[in-house]
Design a protein around this ligand. Structure first.
Ligand SMILES: [Zn+2]
Length: 162
């Protein structure tokens, strides 16, 4: 019990850093936190970039090789990152899909679905700002320590096998 508390504290501490985290598994649906910004540190995603990233990654994730396993992608209201909901994917596979989608998004010449008839706030987009944030986050994902990914994978596996 004592050990569990320590592990849980450690987890919460890690989660204050930008990264890629397994959050929950509910009814077979895994939620991942794509944390772009350190919480409560004064640096948040700008609203227009956040909105554009939502359009770009939602499109690229669904168009990707694992598109059938992607259930939802959307922004955190606190503007520090995004939620990715998947079905039947390992943590490593979800991370890989996210990296592929970011690479695809970096190649986009326009924000998908940003016409007036397609979007609830079509003037509030920032393709260049979105790409700058995506490039920084991709670099962060490439630099993620292997043990951090393994740690998240084990946490997801523990939930799957519970
Ligand atoms: Zn929109």
């Amino acid at each position: 019990m004592e050990e569990f508390k320590i592990a849980s504290f450690q987890k919460d501490h890690d989660r204050l850093q930008p990264g890629f985290y397994f959050s929950t598994l509910q009814r077979g649906v895994a939620t991942f936190d794509l944390r772009f910004k350190k919480p409560n540190a004064g640096d948040f995603l700008a609203q227009a970039a956040l909105h554009s990233i939502e359009h770009m990654l939602a499109t690229a994730l669904r168009a990707g090789a694992c598109g059938a396993h992607i259930l939802y992608f959307g922004p955190m209201g606190c503007r520090t990152g995004f939620y990715l909901l998947t079905e039947g994917m390992t943590c490593r596979a979800a991370l890989s899909a996210a990296k592929d989608a970011i690479r695809a998004a970096l190649g986009m010449e326009r924000v998908p679905g940003a016409e007036k008839r397609e979007c609830g706030n079509y003037l509030e987009h920032d393709l260049a700002g979105a790409k700058a944030e995506l490039a920084a986050y991709l670099a962060l994902l490439h630099a993620l320590p292997e043990e951090a990914v393994t740690h998240e994978e084990m946490r997801l596996s523990a939930e799957v096998n519970r």
